[in-house]
Design a protein around this ligand. Structure first.
Ligand SMILES: [Zn+2]
Ligand SMILES: [Zn+2]
Length: 210
């Protein structure tokens, strides 16, 4: 599995391209903006996008979804519990003072346990509500290790905020505890913003999880 992660959009959302380079097939996680940057990376490796997926439906994680969907014709997925946030995207963007993203067609298919594939690469969905009701993490295998794309649920030395639409602090803690902290210490964590980390590092060093 090939993984490249880079910050995009007005709030530096981490977009990841997860690909099977032999079969030229890819999944794009959180195309939060900078469509040209994302497209250029896909074109460079001649990748066909099989799915566009979102760790949750805050506007800064789907700023380029519509453009990417137009160019790739791929299905875009959210968790259905974030549907109301999808409908609120124009209001979310206006509230933070940013341009309103184009409107994509999204399917609410990211239920817990749902599997996405691109060539021989597979990602499984973990429903981790709290930052938003439909927040999910994507779990795969990378160089013999587990890798989890944690969105705004878990950050390096931080956790997501729970004061936005539908957020809930206790639910967030429960999701982190029950769905993420049970993973191996060596598990790589690629958060929705900022640097990567591991489950072991956060188990020991995350000040919010003590
Ligand atoms: Zn968020
Ligand atoms: Zn975010």
């Amino acid at each position: 599995m090939h993984v490249e992660t880079f910050a995009v959009g007005p709030l530096g959302c981490n977009c990841s391209i997860v690909a099977d380079l032999e079969k030229k097939s890819a999944i794009v996680i959180d195309p939060g903006g900078d469509y040209e940057v994302i497209q250029k990376r896909l074109t460079k490796r001649n990748l066909t996008v099989t799915a566009i997926v979102h760790t949750h439906t805050h506007f800064d994680h789907l700023g380029s979804t519509a453009e990417l969907q137009q160019s790739t014709r791929a299905a875009a997925h959210i968790h259905e519990a974030d549907r109301f946030l999808f409908d609120l995207v124009p209001i979310q963007a206006a509230m933070f003072g940013f341009a309103v993203p184009g409107k994509a067609e999204v399917e609410g298919s990211l239920v817990d346990g749902f599997a996405l594939s691109a060539g021989d690469v597979e990602l499984a969905v973990l429903h981790t509500p709290g930052h938003s009701p439909g927040s999910v993490c994507f779990v795969g295998s990378f160089s013999g290790r587990t890798i989890v794309f944690s969105g705004d649920t878990l950050f390096r030395r931080g956790i997501g905020r729970s004061d936005l639409w539908g957020g809930d602090g206790r639910t967030l803690f429960r999701s982190i505890e029950n769905k993420l902290m049970c993973l191996d210490d060596e598990t790589l964590v690629v958060p929705g913003h900022g640097d990567s980390t591991t489950i072991g590092e956060e188990r020991g060093g995350n000040p919010f999880l003590r």
